[in-house]
Design a protein around this ligand. Structure first.
Ligand code: FAD
Ligand code: EGU
Length: 513
């Protein structure tokens, strides 16, 4: 089959007619009316955009491009998830926060998604002895949302499909792509299909085929790292009356250094728990007795909530996933190709930012398209120079949080740190914003977040220095005048607890300079 040689100069309807790829839906017969929403740039245009990957970011990007009036084709290697059966007790959720919500808002989907999500107003820390403590994320109404991954993906696909200028092609796996000309080859069952586009947007995840092609024909740098931890998802069923087995509106955490578990609530009363453990651990647990022994050792309070037998059954059925961090530079190839989401920056999940960052990519790209009057070359260059450093920054932040979580964090130190963070924020609300807060509840570029964090650390150090000096002076004076000795000793003790914690935090978070 010959490639469809459709350029920008050809009328859109003709472009559609000449499209060589027809998937389940007959794209030729569909009249492509242009109804750009999102205001500002209302000029209809016949440029063709191919989105590779119909995951969270690909579906979102299709919507953005459609709303700018482009002729959009979305290619996804899997079949349409909306037509697949729901498997009971296998809902996987994600934490949606400010960056992701802002991107959803711009395409008019924020309310729909927010109403189906469950707000989490803070973390609930489970200690080894089963005690729980709650640490809010911020002021009363500040929260992140637990959303169903599949439902979110379906919402985005359905919204994109409603646009008259979008065509979806499921069961299309990109096998080859000429980044310079926009020619692509897809495998559709036993057939090979060729097509072209003016712009190829790679949203095909951490093992991106678009990126692989781009690396071959341009000087694209690439870096990948697997961490020694894997993850396993376990579902905690609702109580008999259908309500949640633990506090509903919280992100539950069992921090145990090398072993960690996190749980997010689902609409149906269940929780999806994710264990993060070294692969060695997963490999070493081969039978029921060992499993229960390990759970009694690390997550004892969770056993009755899972139900012993259910736990065993799920543990030995569900797979262990691996965690990879990927950076690449640049994110674009001229004005023809750009990588978004995990394809550009896969990160370890220890900040809950992968999807949020991918959604923010779409939002930023759209802002720049508008600014550059829909000129691809100018837009992609500006996009890359702005976004690539921030993508590196969040990959680093996530990796440092991983290192910190596994090396020093048990439930006591986790609690203490969060308390010190909020105390400092209370004392200096303008100059000290906790790191998680800048990442999760703001749109401060990730690179700037790191810069601000360094400045804050300096302030803390200076503060601690002044405090130490004062306490020391008091101590000397106290030795001289016995009477104040007790007071100054107390002060020194305080100093030690106050400074030792943030100092460790600093070292752990950011040795980035
Ligand atoms: P993907 O979701 O990987 O989608 C890529 C799509 O491309 C897939 O549909 C795939 O089938 C398709 N594809 C691949 N290759 C081809 C090809 N050759 N041709 C055609 N199609 C192709 N993020 C958060 O924001 N919050 C969280 O709480 C959170 N928790 C997480 C927990 C875990 C355990 C993990 C592993 C990740 C978590 N993330 C979280 C990260 C989040 O899952 C990802 O960042 C997000 O899914 C990236 O979306 P994407 O669309 O870029 O990639
Ligand atoms: C990991 C897996 C708690 C969902 C980091 C916090 C995560 C999520 C935290 C997963 C933690 C860790 C933050 C949020 C969030 C916390 C955060 C991590 C959602 C520093 C579905 N992390 N995650 N930090 O503060 O900023 O609550 O799988 F355990 S949401 Cl590791 Cl805010």
């Amino acid at each position: 089959m010959a490639s469809a040689n459709v350029g920008a100069d050809i009328a859109p309807s003709e472009a559609a007619a000449r499209m060589q790829i027809n998937s389940r839906k007959v794209s030729v017969s569909k009249e492509r009316k242009r109804v750009p929403v999102m205001g500002d740039h209302l000029v209809p245009n016949s440029k063709r955009v191919a989105i590779v990957g119909g995951g969270l970011v690909g579906a979102m990007e299709a919507l953005y491009m459609a709303k700018r009036g482009f002729d959009v084709d979305l290619y996804e290697m899997r079949s349409d998830i909306r037509l697949e059966e729901m498997v009971e007790g296998r809902s996987i959720n994600l934490a949606l926060s400010t960056r992701g919500r802002e991107a959803l808002k711009a395409v008019g989907l924020e309310d729909e998604v927010v109403t189906t999500g469950i707000p989490m107003f803070g973390r609930r820390i489970h200690s080894l002895t089963g005690e729980q403590s709650f640490i809010p994320y911020g002021k009363k109404e500040q929260c992140i949302l637990s959303v169903d991954r599949r439902k979110l993906n379906e919402t985005l696909l359905t919204a994109a499909e409603k646009c008259p200028n979008v065509d979806m092609h499921f069961d299309h796996k990109l096998s080859r792509c000429n980044i310079k000309t926009g020619e692509m080859t897809y495998i559709n069952y036993d057939n090979t299909r060729e097509t072209t586009a003016d712009l190829v947007v790679g949203c095909d995840g951490a093992f991106s085929a678009v990126r692989r092609s781009a690396m071959r024909s341009t000087r694209l740098n690439y870096q990948q790292e697997y961490i020694p931890h894997g993850y396993k998802e376990l579902t905690m069923p609702p109580k008999e009356d259908g309500t949640h087995a633990m506090a509903k509106n919280c992100l539950h955490i069992w921090p145990r250094n090398e072993f960690m578990m996190i749980a997010l609530p689902n609409q149906d009363g269940s929780f999806t728990c994710t264990m993060f453990c070294p692969f060695d651990f997963f490999d070493s647990v081969k039978d029921e007795t060992t499993l229960i022994e390990r759970f009694e050792q690390f997550f004892p309070d969770s056993i009755p909530l899972f139900g012993r037998d259910r736990l065993v059954e799920m543990y030995f059925t569900n797979p262990v996933g691996s965690l990879v961090s990927v950076k690449c530079d640049p994110h674009n190839v001229g004005g023809r190709c750009v990588l978004l989401g995990d394809a550009a920056h896969a990160m370890v999940p220890f900040y809950g930012q992968g999807m949020n960052c991918g959604f923010e990519d779409c939002l930023l790209l759209d802002e720049l398209l508008l600014k550059n009057k829909l000129d691809f070359a100018a837009t992609l260059d500006e996009y890359n120079s702005k976004r690539q450093p921030d993508a590196y920054a969040i990959c680093d932040l996530a990796m440092y949080n991983y290192i910190e979580m596994r090396s020093l964090v048990n439930s006591k130190s986790f609690l203490l740190r969060k308390k010190v963070d909020s105390l400092l924020n209370y004392l200096f609300p303008r100059s000290f914003i906790p790191l998680y807060s800048m990442v999760t509840f703001s749109r401060i570029p990730y690179g700037e977040v790191i810069e601000r964090r360094k400045r804050q650390d300096k302030l803390v150090k200076i503060g601690a220095g002044v405090f130490a000096f004062t306490a020391g002076a008091l101590l000397c004076y106290g030795v001289y005048k016995r009477r104040v000795a007790a007071l100054s000793t107390a002060l020194l003790c305080n100093l030690i607890t106050l400074t030792s914690t943030p100092q460790k935090t600093i070292a752990g978070y950011l040795k980035l300079s």
